[in-house]
Design a protein around this ligand. Sequence first.
Ligand SMILES: C[S@@+](CC[C@H](N)C(=O)[O-])C[C@H]1O[C@@H](n2cnc3c(N)ncnc32)[C@H](O)[C@@H]1O
Length: 307
Amino acid sequence: MKPFYISLKPFLNHGQLRRPTDWHAVFANSHPLEVEIGFGNGEYLERLSQENPRVNYLGFEQYCERIHRTLRKLSRGGLDNVRVLRLDARAGFERYISPLTIERVHCLYPPPWAKKSDAKHRLFTGNFLKLVNSRLVAGGVLKIVTDHYPYIAWTQDNVGDTGFKAEFKKIPASYSTKFEKKWVEGGRSEFYELVLTKIEHRDVPLKEDTLLQTYIIDHFDPDHFSFKDYSADGVAVAFKDILYDAKRKIAHIHVIACDGPLTQNVRIGIFYTPKGWRVNLAEGGMLMPTQAVARALQCVHQAAIDG
Ligand SMILES: C[S@@+](CC[C@H](N)C(=O)[O-])C[C@H]1O[C@@H](n2cnc3c(N)ncnc32)[C@H](O)[C@@H]1O
């Protein structure tokens, strides 16, 4: 049988990485670092890392399937200067990348969220541009390419005081990524490129981890577990499901925890121990200890007490 992956080395479990990460230590060299946001099936990431062996590349992508395809490509080429994370780029920049450490950021065809009601999901807000600026070295560059002109116009409007100089141009298809090929097959020949060069530094501190508590309660009745969803100050927690194993006296609660745009699936366990029922994170998740995760634990604890 053919192996699915030749090597999983390029894939990093963000739950086990230090925050912020010492990327020189990860790559075991002092080469410059570049980032690709939303690398999709990895065509561009593969090409960049092949063409520039003395540059380290870090990719952020959210879709598992696309990460799988990328890993297959990367391992075929035996590339050692590239690492990928299954992570929202916003959390990646906030927590895993120290200020003034990246040379270039690439983003090809970010989702344009073309409907007016969806515009709130767009990535390159003024705040995100400031965050990227803070992580770039002096003179560092962020390049965004899209097929959707309104998205570029919206991004240009957000540049304002983010510390970047913007240069816009129309370009032909130049990258042969999955999405670009799709637009070309659909008849498009004109694309839009925005290059933002860092001219002033913006200070955005690293986001710190939140301490996660373990709770002990005397009594727990899974039949009367009633969870109240929570939402305040950009933190939200919503209940999804509870599973209870009566024989082993273990409940698993699944909630969604959101810190602004960062959404995490959180599994919390309620386990019987001779000292009482212990409420803490279930093992095996790839979680970042954020305020919303701490709040999720608090909400589950409260629901278990109220039940
Ligand atoms: C339209 S696709 C383009 C993929 C690839 N760059 C290409 O040209 O084929 C956009 C990709 O960006 C990823 N993405 C969107 N928002 C992201 C975010 N905040 N962090 C990381 N990846 C993101 C999506 O999962 C998706 O794979």
